[in-house]
Ligand binder design. Structure first.
Ligand code: CU
Length: 229
C-alpha cells in the first residue's frame, strides 16, 4: 500500500522521518520483531484534525479547607489571591480521528488539560486533586496513579515545584503556590533592591506529571504567563 502523507510528499512504504532511529529504541523486553512494519504509535495522517484547543482555566472563589500559608516558602512574600482547583481523572479520549477512543488520564477531563492564564505580579495557588482510579482498577496498566505536577520552567519554591518524590495517591490533593515573578538578581549597588531583566520573562510554559520513574505519564497541559497589567 502506498499512502501519501499530507504536506510531506513521501510515502509510508518509502520510509518516513526517524524510521532508521527505531533501532536505537531499547524497550525493556527487547524490540518487537515487527517494529518497523508496525510502528507504535501507529501512523496518523498529519494535519487532518483541527488542533485541540484546551479550555481556559477558571478560578474559584475560595478553597475548602483554605491553603496553609506556612506550607509554602514564598507565600508571605507573594500572597496568592487567585485560587484554582485542578482534577486528575481517567478519561475516554480520542487523540486522532484515525484512532479509536482510548482510556487515558487528563486534567479536568481533557488531554492536554486546561490552559492557565496567569500574570506576572499575580501569585496564584492551584489545588490539584488526584481523582485517578486506584492501581489495578485503572484502565492504564502501564502507569502509576500516584502523581506530582511540575510547572516546567516556572519560578516556584521546591514544595510547589512537583518534586519527583512529592507524589500523592488517589483521593489526595496537593497545593502548588506559583508566585509568578520574573527572574531577577540583587542590584550590586544596592543589594536589597533586585534587578529584573525583561528578557528573562517566560511566556508559554507547560505543566506535566513528574513522578519519579514514571515521568510525564499522560498528564500535561499549558500555562501562559501574560505581562503584568
Ligand atoms: Cu518539565
Amino acid at each position: 500500500m502506498s499512502v501519501m502523507i499530507h504536506g510531506k510528499g513521501f510515502h509510508r512504504d518509502q520510509g518516513w522521518p526517524g524510521k532508521h532511529n527505531l533501532r536505537y529504541l531499547c524497550p525493556p523486553d527487547g524490540p518487537p520483531s515487527d517494529l518497523e512494519a508496525r510502528p507504535s504509535p501507529p501512523f496518523t495522517t498529519p494535519f487532518l484534525d483541527p488542533l485541540f484547543i484546551p479550555k481556559i482555566k477558571q478560578a474559584v472563589d475560595h478553597l475548602t479547607p483554605p491553603a496553609e500559608p506556612n506550607d509554602h516558602q514564598l507565600f508571605q512574600q507573594f500572597p496568592a489571591a487567585v485560587f484554582y482547583e485542578l482534577r486528575e481523572e481517567e478519561i475516554r479520549w480520542r487523540f486522532h480521528s484515525e484512532y479509536g477512543e482510548t482510556w487515558t488520564w487528563g486534567f479536568d477531563g481533557s488531554s492536554p488539560g486546561p490552559t492557565f492564564h496567569a500574570r506576572y505580579g499575580e501569585p496564584v495557588l492551584v489545588r490539584r486533586f488526584n481523582e485517578l482510579q486506584p492501581l489495578w482498577v485503572s484502565h492504564l496498566q502501564f502507569a502509576l496513579p500516584s502523581t506530582t505536577t511540575h510547572n516546567h520552567n516556572g519560578h516556584q519554591a521546591s514544595e510547589s515545584d512537583g518534586d519527583p518524590s512529592d507524589w500523592i495517591g488517589t483521593g489526595d490533593f496537593w497545593d502548588h503556590h506559583y508566585p509568578n515573578f520574573p527572574a531577577s538578581h540583587p542590584d550590586p549597588a544596592d543589594p536589597p533592591n533586585r534587578i529584573y531583566d525583561d528578557r528573562e520573562k517566560l511566556t508559554t510554559l507547560w505543566y506535566h506529571d513528574h513522578r519519579m520513574d514514571f515521568s510525564s505519564q499522560c498528564l500535561r497541559g499549558p500555562l501562559r504567563l501574560l505581562p503584568a497589567v
